[in-house]
Design a protein around this ligand. Structure first.
Ligand SMILES: [Zn+2]
Length: 138
């Protein structure tokens, strides 16, 4: 499937249920209040989005000095795929703590994302930036 709105719907669901983000309801809230604005066509499934800052709570506190740029990557989740490949999901936040980009690559974008996504049930590695809001587990 071509990278576009329909494919991004699949990823929004995947990201909010499978990536073990530390505050899944906050992430879901961001995705539910996002307008998807750009879809990369290089073979990855990355997309750019704009979150409504009035209706969605941020994922981490705003930067004290926005001139220093956005938060950059705030979360990654890597999944095993067949043939020793890896699916890599990287979530980026802007200076106000809202999502602005979701990168979805296969092996650091060495391969296109396959049509059918076959991945392990759980990520084999995750990383969260310091300062991201967390929900109490359980
Ligand atoms: Zn791309």
């Amino acid at each position: 499937m071509e990278n576009g709105p329909a494919r991004a719907e699949f990823w929004k669901e995947f990201i909010s249920t499978r990536c073990e983000y530390p505050a899944q309801s906050l992430l879901r809230d961001q995705l539910d209040h996002a307008e998807l604005t750009e879809f990369c066509d290089c073979g990855c499934n990355s997309f750019r989005l704009r979150v409504d800052p009035v209706h969605a709570k941020p994922l981490l506190p705003p930067k004290a000095d926005p001139k220093m740029g956005g938060h950059g990557a705030i979360y990654t989740a890597d999944f095993h795929m067949p043939d020793d490949k890896a699916l890599e999901i990287i979530i980026f936040a802007d200076d106000r703590g809202h999502l602005y980009f979701v990168e979805i690559d296969c092996c650091a974008n060495s391969y296109p994302i396959p049509e059918d996504i076959v991945v392990a049930e759980r990520p084999f590695a995750t990383w969260a930036a310091e300062g991201v809001f967390r929900e109490p587990s359980g």
